[in-house]
Design a protein around this ligand. Structure first.
Ligand code: CO
Length: 149
């Protein structure tokens, strides 16, 4: 197994208590616009993205109590950085390569995000204290359909 091919920063993810309030704040203070709100029932989140030139800001609000993001907000009631996400060119090879070097990869690498991309997570203790999401990019790292806000 080779090493993971990290292709770039995909997004930084913030857990927020209220998505609409967060969107309003980002717009009023920073002139940032969020795209459409999507729901990932499996992960128990409502989410939306701010598209930047070279990466995105992901906003996550719990869609049900007891979800991982709900638990994060119990520990950080005001919200905060939940994870950041790196793109990889080949999820299966990258996850196997990282795991072979002793890092805990959470998930089977077949988990799919709201964009239909394969994702996995690396345990925070195995990435300098930060929860890292890995995301497999289709077609050279660009999404085909960009969502307009
Ligand atoms: Co993410």
């Amino acid at each position: 197994m080779g090493v993971a091919m990290i292709t770039g920063l995909s997004h930084v993810s913030l857990a927020v208590p209220n998505l609409e309030a967060a969107a309003k704040r980002l717009k009023e203070v920073y002139g940032l616009h969020i795209g459409a709100v999507m729901v990932n029932e499996e992960q128990g989140v409502r989410m939306a993205y701010v598209e930047l030139a070279n990466a995105r800001i992901e906003l996550m609000e719990p869609s049900r109590p007891g979800s991982p993001v709900a638990k994060f907000l119990e520990r950080n009631p005001g919200g905060g950085i939940h994870h950041f996400c790196l793109g990889v060119d080949d999820m299966a090879a990258s996850a196997a390569g990282i795991a072979a070097k002793g890092a805990r990869v959470l998930g089977d690498g077949k988990q799919i995000n709201v964009h239909g991309e394969r994702i996995a997570f690396v345990h925070p203790k195995d990435f300098l204290g930060a929860l890292v999401e890995l995301e497999e990019k289709a077609e050279g790292g660009k999404r085909k359909a960009k969502r307009k806000s």
